[in-house]
Design a binder for this molecule. Structure first.
Ligand SMILES: Cc1ncc(COP(=O)(O)O)c(C=O)c1O
Length: 343
């Protein structure tokens, strides 16, 4: 990266592949998975719910708007957020309903679905934040999904599979229009390397591509993403994410802020998720970071959900105070050190 153009976060650029070979256990596992491939995670969930026909679908109270929209009128919420070890399943989650669990930021240990299944619930696990992590790979849930484009440099892509051989929806057609973000990723990559590329231009392309993907949602993963996925050394990229998290954690000096830690040090966090003492402190830090060209993510604003704050004050209170800093394989330990010094 050209130092004058150095920045951190926001959308993926195409990083090039300086790590050779895809003959690693995670790449092999993902390639061998009997999964249906979608352009986006929300499309995978929507297709599964339409296929399964569950009358009620329980989502954790700390959740992204895309999943809520995919569930639609069937939605009910149960209390869960990343500061907890696991969610509190209410008594009215009944036989015949489906329940979605999220491995928030890849921080959680594998958690068996057996108890929930004994209650007659169909368990759907969301492994977007660590698609090839131990919980995803050892899952005994009825269904699992993962939006791959959130942790890997792909313009689109998500997978839906059933670890227990449950019936899956029929395969959607591959859709090239879903890969609309690729030009933005390439231009951003050239921009970062110092070439004469306009930042507003690739930003506009990325935003338009995200809107396009939202419209398409339930279509199949593009052929170009499928090809790129074949080339990605998933285990190495994942290892870099873990190393980057550790580099950030060891250089974070600010005492007033907490860093959400994995339940076990061998786990691979999706991002460095900071927990501030208040929403005001979070906002001040966000502005300071942006001024230093560090673009964090607010995952997720919950106030758009009607009555949510009254019903789930704990999840809303955590959502008010978190800021997620990217630590994926785009970045080096030196980048993460620079980000940690950004406070
Ligand atoms: C945990 C989780 N699941 C699902 C999704 C939805 O994925 P997509 O944007 O590919 O529809 C997201 C997106 O932020 C997410 O963070």
């Amino acid at each position: 990266m050209d130092d004058a153009r150095w920045e951190h976060g926001s959308d993926f650029h195409w990083p090039g592949l300086d790590i050779a070979g895809t003959d690693d256990d995670a790449s092999r596992w993902l390639a061998g998975l009997e999964a249906i491939r979608y352009a986006a995670g929300r499309g995978a969930l929507r297709a599964l719910l339409d296929h399964g026909g569950w009358p009620r679908v329980w989502l954790p109270s700390y959740v992204c708007a895309e999943l809520v929209a995919a569930v639609g009128d069937r939605v009910r919420f149960y209390a869960d957020d990343p500061s907890q070890a696991q969610g509190r399943i209410p008594a009215d989650a009944q036989s015949g309903h489906a329940i979605v669990r999220i491995n928030y930021f890849g921080l959680r240990r594998p958690n068996s679905a057996a108890t929930l299944r004994e209650r007659g619930l169909t368990v759907i696990d969301d492994h977007t934040h660590d698609p090839c992590g131990p919980w995803a790979r050892d899952s005994d849930a009825d269904y699992c999904l993962a939006s791959l484009r959130k942790s890997l440099p792909l313009p689109d892509g998500a997978v839906l599979w059933s670890p227990v051989g449950g019936r899956l929806p029929s395969k959607p057609e591959a859709c090239e229009a879903a890969a609309a973000k690729l030009p933005a990723m390439l231009l951003k990559s050239l921009y970062l390397a110092g070439h004469p590329v306009s930042k507003p231009r690739f930003r506009a392309l990325a935003i338009a591509a995200e809107d396009r993907l939202a419209e398409l949602a339930g279509v199949g993963m593009s052929a170009v993403s499928a090809e790129l996925l074949e080339c990605l050394p998933i285990a190495q990229l994942r290892a870099r994410r873990r190393e980057n998290f550790q580099a950030f954690a060891s250089h974070l000096a600010a005492e007033e802020v907490g860093l959400l830690q994995p339940a076990d040090p061998s786990l691979t966090p999706f991002a460095c998720v900071l927990l501030f003492p208040s929403a005001v402190a979070r906002e001040l830090a966000r502005r300071r970071l942006i001024a230093a060209r560090i673009y964090p993510a607010v995952l997720w604003p919950l106030d758009e959900l009607p009555d949510h704050r009254a019903m789930f004050p704990e999840a809303c209170e955590v959502a008010d105070r978190v800021l997620a800093l990217h630590c994926d394989a785009r970045y080096s330990a030196a980048d993460m050190q620079r980000v940690a010094a950004g406070y």
